[in-house]
Design a protein around this ligand. Structure first.
Ligand SMILES: Cc1cc2nc3c(=O)[nH]c(=O)nc-3n(C[C@H](O)[C@H](O)[C@H](O)COP(=O)(O)OP(=O)(O)OC[C@H]3O[C@@H](n4cnc5c(N)ncnc54)[C@H](O)[C@@H]3O)c2cc1C
Length: 383
């Protein structure tokens, strides 16, 4: 089909990552053929690529990725002082984003979405129509969806850029460290975030991040982490990226949709501000946006995502300081190693099966058992 500025599309999705591609796929399945603007594929997006059991359960499509992924069923937690606790009980999937995103985009195009391989340089609303500028031309659309990640140009023209305070910074390497059959999460004193090793099928993602206040020290943390836990790894390529990581619950009060615009995924800031999980929320947003758009009421997306995730994001924001308190991290990793119940709760958080809003209730209810387990572990003759 010929495309030019004279045509007005019904729906333009800027960004063909998980959020935009999955939305294009869901709309296509209902006979609504959106245009997806993205010039980046194929590419390996800076990411851990960790897909939680909860994401796989909710989105069976994730279980159908033809390649390149790897399942691990253990996580090594390391405290700021270096205490280690290996925990199992949940199966995590680590994917290559080149393959995951490529697969989702392929599904979208197969379902009828039109891929426009151009980078959008700006969007402007004029008389109820969006004028979309790309490096190659200009287009128009009645509805615009910002699925263009943390630096969203659609967000710039609607609610405005995510403030520096509500953003995290990450750096890392894709590297050959594929013998490892467990994920690593290493915490640091005075650092709201962690370093990770997520082994994938053909390479690993090794990185450190979230705390923007530590942005200038990230390289030091990363180098120290590699020296300690995987010295001599063969680095393939370095990466650096920003990630939404809200510090203030008020961040989530901003609207994510209007009469003719919607923001989803990272563009909406919908990433777990403690652990940085975003793929599940990107797909979830896409599902809810599809529902609102098919219903002819894009603005409804704003109430749909609030019903689904608002409370949990706000609770995570409130817990962030507490969780990353160095004393808490030290005691937490110690308790993980001594109480099976507490280890299960922590694995639930990482696996996305334990909500933040239900966390306190679960911890309080499990306290007697956790204390008994920890005492038993300390009993003379144990270990
Ligand atoms: C270092 C790091 C590690 C992470 N690890 C994990 C993890 O292990 N598990 C997890 O669940 N989440 C993780 N995340 C978060 C996760 O990567 C994101 O939340 C997720 O990718 C969001 O999907 P999205 O589709 O909203 O945005 P993105 O994946 O960012 O996709 C946006 C797409 O839009 C395109 N785009 C951007 N601007 C334009 C433009 N102007 N014009 C056209 N196209 C444009 C981009 O090329 C991209 O393809 C991590 C993030 C980082 C930075």
């Amino acid at each position: 089909m010929r495309r030019n500025s004279e045509m007005t599309e019904d729906i333009a999705i800027v960004g063909g990552g998980p959020a935009g591609a999955y939305l294009g796929y869901l709309l296509g399945q209902r006979g609504i053929n959106a245009a997806i603007y993205d010039d980046s594929h194929p590419r390996e997006k800076p990411c851990g690529g960790g897909i939680t059991p909860s994401a796989r359960e909710k989105f069976p499509l994730l279980r159908e990725i033809p390649s390149s992924y790897r399942y691990v069923d253990k996580i090594l937690f390391i405290s700021p002082e270096g205490k280690e606790a290996m925990v199992g009980g949940q199966t995590l999937m680590n994917v290559s984003r080149e393959h995951l995103d490529g697969y989702l985009l392929h599904q979208a195009v197969d379902a009828g979405a039109q891929l426009v391989e151009e980078r959008v340089t700006g969007v402007v609303e004029e008389a109820n129509t969006w004028r979309i500028r790309t490096e190659k031309g200009e287009y128009r659309s009645r509805l615009i969806v910002g699925a263009d990640g943390v630096n969203s140009v659609v967000r710039d023209s609607t609610v405005g850029r995510i403030s520096r305070d509500d953003i995290g910074a990450c750096i890392g390497y894709f590297a050959r460290d594929v013998e490892r059959d467990y994920n690593v999460m290493r915490f640091f004193k005075g650092f709201q975030g962690y370093a990770w090793i997520f082994p994938r099928e053909t390479h690993s993602s090794i990185g450190v991040g979230l705390d923007i206040k530590q942005a200038k020290n990230l390289k030091g943390y990363l180098d120290g982490f590699i020296d300690e836990y995987c010295p001599g790894i063969e680095k393939i390529s370095p990466y650096g990226a920003l990630i939404p990581a809200a510090r203030h619950p008020g961040f989530y009060k901003l609207p994510c949709a209007g009469a003719n615009w919607v923001l989803i995924g990272d563009a909406a800031g919908h990433v777990d501000p403690i652990l940085g999980e975003g793929i599940r929320y990107a797909l979830w947003d896409a599902e809810l946006a599809a529902e609102a758009i098919i219903d002819g009421k894009p603005k409804r997306f704003d109430s749909l995502w609030r019903q689904a995730c608002y409370q949990d994001f706000v609770e995570a924001c409130r817990l962030r300081e507490f969780v990353y308190d160095p004393g808490m991290l030290e005691r937490g990793v110690d308790l993980i190693s001594r109480s099976e119940t507490f280890a299960g709760i922590m694995m639930g958080i990482v696996a996305g099966t334990q909500s933040y809003s239900g966390l306190w209730g679960r911890v309080i209810n499990s306290l007697p058992r956790m204390i008994a387990e920890a005492k038993q572990d300390r009993a003379p003759g144990k270990g």
